[in-house]
Design a protein around this ligand. Structure first.
Ligand SMILES: NC(=O)c1ccc[n+]([C@@H]2O[C@H](COP(=O)([O-])OP(=O)(O)OC[C@H]3O[C@@H](n4cnc5c(N)ncnc54)[C@H](OP(=O)(O)O)[C@@H]3O)[C@@H](O)[C@H]2O)c1
Length: 245
């Protein structure tokens, strides 16, 4: 697949994806501001991509509680601006979403499970963005979760379970999916790893990390937001280009 345009290329995931896929076209925000429809139009006309991978977002979960307007403008209106332009051209749209679209008490969420209600404003904005993307004729929503490594905080929640992993584990999986979009017939895919506590994950890269309760966070957080990844494992098992199978 050629001609893949990436939004959010300067972010954590975007930087990792650019390292793995140097062919990605990843304009900086100065060129492509998703809150500015004119800059989106100009960028699409300049590069004429076949695929758009939308990884730009307002991602500060705690900040979103007080910066609701900015969070909504970037995550929902920004996505809507891209989708409007995508409706005008034959573009395969790949949207990076989050496990936070689920309530997060049961864990093991499948792609077909009902979403919401959500725990915080960031999650609400990402859920709304997914629904905007679903108006497109051709899209793939990838729900995922990742951390930079080493784990960036001295404390980690030992009562919050997740399928998230380090960005260097998750990004190659997403790159594999992007290289094989033609083989993926699903419209939603969970890309994550096994269920574990955030504390267990943190200890892998920061052995001195201290356990804390998620209740000490200023933002409401789920107790088990882990994802069922069987669908992605089945797709992977088909023997994808650039995969290990
Ligand atoms: N981090 C996680 O744990 C996590 C979990 C699940 C899902 N996700 C999703 O994964 C995606 C990538 O997350 P990340 O953690 O890599 O993000 P990040 O490091 O916070 O980076 C955000 C990116 O979005 C760009 N951006 C923000 N506002 C923009 C605008 N108005 N126009 C154009 N670009 C804009 C930023 O550009 P600047 O450099 O110019 O600011 C940056 O490249 C997001 O969709 C996020 O919701 C993240």
């Amino acid at each position: 697949m050629s001609g893949i345009l990436l939004t959010g290329g300067s972010g954590r995931l975007g930087t990792a994806l650019r390292g793995l896929m140097p062919e990605l076209i990843a304009p900086l925000r100065a060129e492509l501001d998703i809150t500015n429809p004119a800059s989106i139009r100009a960028t699409l006309e300049r590069y004429r991509p076949e695929v758009m991978v939308h990884a730009a977002a307002y991602t500060n979960v705690a900040g979103a509680e007080t910066e609701k307007e900015l969070c909504w403008r970037v995550n929902v209106e920004g996505t809507r601006n891209l989708v409007r332009m995508a409706l005008e051209r034959p573009l395969h749209f790949v949207h990076i979403s989050t496990d936070y679209v689920f309530w997060g008490d049961a864990g093991g969420y499948k792609e077909s499970d009902p979403v919401g209600p959500v725990r915080n404003y960031y999650a609400l904005s990402k859920l709304a963005a997914e629904e905007v993307v679903r108006v497109l004729p051709k899209y793939l929503i990838i729900r995922t979760s990742f951390r930079p490594s080493p784990f960036p905080y001295p404390v980690a929640f030992d009562d919050m379970y997740t399928g998230q992993d380090y960005v260097e584990v998750i990004a190659p999986e997403i790159a594999l999916a992007l290289r094989n979009l033609g083989q993926i017939s699903h419209d939603t895919l969970h890309i994550a790893t096994e269920r574990k506590s955030v504390y267990e994950l943190a200890r892998r890269t920061r052995p001195d990390v201290e356990g804390r309760s998620r209740k000490s966070s200023a933002v409401a957080l789920p107790e088990d937001i882990s994802l069922d990844t069987n669908r992605w494992e089945r797709v992977r098992g088909m023997g994808l280009e650039g995969g290990n199978d």
